[in-house]
Design a protein around this ligand. Structure first.
Ligand SMILES: *[C@@H]1O[C@H](CO)[C@@H](O)[C@H](O)[C@H]1NC(C)=O
Ligand SMILES: *[C@@H]1O[C@H](CO)[C@@H](O)[C@H](O)[C@H]1NC(C)=O
Ligand SMILES: *[C@@H]1O[C@H](CO)[C@@H](O)[C@H](O)[C@H]1NC(C)=O
Ligand SMILES: *[C@@H]1O[C@H](CO)[C@@H](O)[C@H](O)[C@H]1NC(C)=O
Ligand SMILES: *[C@@H]1O[C@H](CO)[C@@H](O)[C@H](O)[C@H]1NC(C)=O
Ligand SMILES: *[C@@H]1O[C@H](CO)[C@@H](O)[C@H](O)[C@H]1NC(C)=O
Ligand SMILES: *[C@@H]1O[C@H](CO)[C@@H](O)[C@H](O)[C@H]1NC(C)=O
Length: 320
């Protein structure tokens, strides 16, 4: 069948989205053997920060590659020891794919205030065991306390992957991951071509060597862990004052967004976009334009610079 792409999107544009919100209704925060999720229903984290349902915009998507068309007859539920998304034909479009069978009444999928959806086994003595969590499967968004790790024991790692385009959350061309030694992050194009690297972690300055703009920050508590089992980078927000997210956008740039309470809008931290001002460029969040060249340097392309495209960076005014 050769269907026009836009027509396809219109027909099947429902994804199971996790979104950052301030919800009005007081919904439950979990899916249990008795309560599934369907139609316009949502679950909301207990503090009201995150909501999960069939809608957009989003920060995490379950069925990135398999949209469904009929939300009323689709269901996210506990089934055969898993969290499963079924469509109108009752076929499984997405599943946590766990193999150990656990009695359904002991399972629950809880949406936490950090945005992590956790499938866990609860026992009568109040102890719980985490079986699966959405933070282990990042899409294009990296939330505080989430990590992009590399497992040294089996050589696998997590990837932050761009969407195909603004409307289609299927995996796109760009991905951020740790290189196989687990020492620095790289961004790859189309799964192979490496075009950006963070440099190694400088634990004294708490920055990656090639990302000096990380130094400008007073909001985020960055940390990098590198032990014999794994390495990963993670961050939290001091005082939990801001809601924030890193997003790998469809053009391969990592953008840092913070939610501003007073304007109720997402604000782009320009200077936290990696390589936003290009080589030999400096970024100042408090001046316009955001980008300037280091002393002795000038924009490589004045015309691009004039169009707010700073990615070409700066070159020496006079050769050495
Ligand atoms: C679950 O397994 C199916 C079949 O092996 C696979 O197509 C699907 O991608 C898996 N889902 C997840 C979320 O890994
Ligand atoms: C709680 O119950 C689970 C399952 O029944 C058991 O595996 C675990 O050891 C118990 N924990 C404690 C602290 O008793
Ligand atoms: C489990 O937690 C509930 C609610 O917090 C409490 O009422 C119950 O006594 C606890 N059960 C055990 C075995 O500790
Ligand atoms: C590698 O190990 C991690 C952590 O134990 C696990 O989550 C992941 O599924 C493993 N990957 C493979 C391919 O075995
Ligand atoms: C990406 O790589 C695949 C092979 O791995 C190739 O078939 C495809 O054409 C490439 N995409 C682009 C846009 O070059
Ligand atoms: C920063 O994060 C690290 C690692 O998670 C933690 O140990 C430390 O207490 C945090 N520092 C502050 C000031 O919150
Ligand atoms: C590495 O994993 C092993 C086995 O799970 C564990 O015993 C050990 O404490 C871990 N090492 C570190 C540094 O976390």
């Amino acid at each position: 069948m050769n269907m026009d792409y836009n027509q396809w999107l219109k027909l099947c544009s429902f994804f199971l989205f996790l979104s950052l919100i301030v919800p009005l209704s007081l919904a439950a925060d979990r899916i249990t053997a008795r309560n599934s999720l369907s139609g316009k229903q949502t679950i909301v984290s207990s503090g009201g920060f995150f909501e999960l349902g069939f809608f957009s915009p989003s920060v995490w998507v379950a069925n990135r590659e398999t949209p469904i068309s009929d939300t009323l007859n689709s269901e996210l539920k506990i089934l055969n020891g898993n969290l499963v998304l079924t469509n109108e034909a009752k076929s499984h479009v997405w599943s946590t794919n766990l193999t150990n069978p656990i009695s359904a009444n002991l399972l629950e999928a809880v949406l936490g205030d950090s945005g992590n959806l956790i499938l866990r086994e609860s026992s009568p003595n109040n102890s719980t065991r985490v079986l699966w969590q959405s933070f282990d499967y990042p899409g294009n968004t990296w939330l505080p306390d989430g990590k992009i790790s590399f497992n040294k024991k089996n050589g696998t790692g997590q990837h932050l992957t761009s969407w195909k385009n603004g409307d289609d959350p299927a995996p796109g061309l760009f991905s951020l991951e740790l290189e196989p030694k687990g020492k620095q992050y790289i961004i790859k194009w189309n799964g192979t071509q490496q075009y950006w690297t963070s440099g190694t972690w400088d634990s004294k300055q708490q920055i990656f060597n090639l990302v000096p703009e990380m130094r400008l920050n007073y909001i985020y508590n960055f940390s990098f862990v590198d032990d014999s089992n794994e390495s990963y980078f993670t961050y939290s927000v001091y005082d939990n004052k801001f809601i924030s997210q890193f997003v790998m956008d469809t053009s391969g740039q990592i953008k840092m967004w913070t939610w501003l309470e007073n304007t109720q809008q997402w604000n782009l931290q320009q200077c936290q976009v990696y390589a936003y001002c290009g080589k030999f460029g400096t970024c100042n969040q408090n001046s316009l334009p955001f980008c300037n060249c280091l002393n002795g340097f000038q924009p490589q392309s004045r015309s691009d610079w004039g169009l707010s495209d700073y990615s070409g960076g700066c070159v020496r005014k006079a050769p050495l």
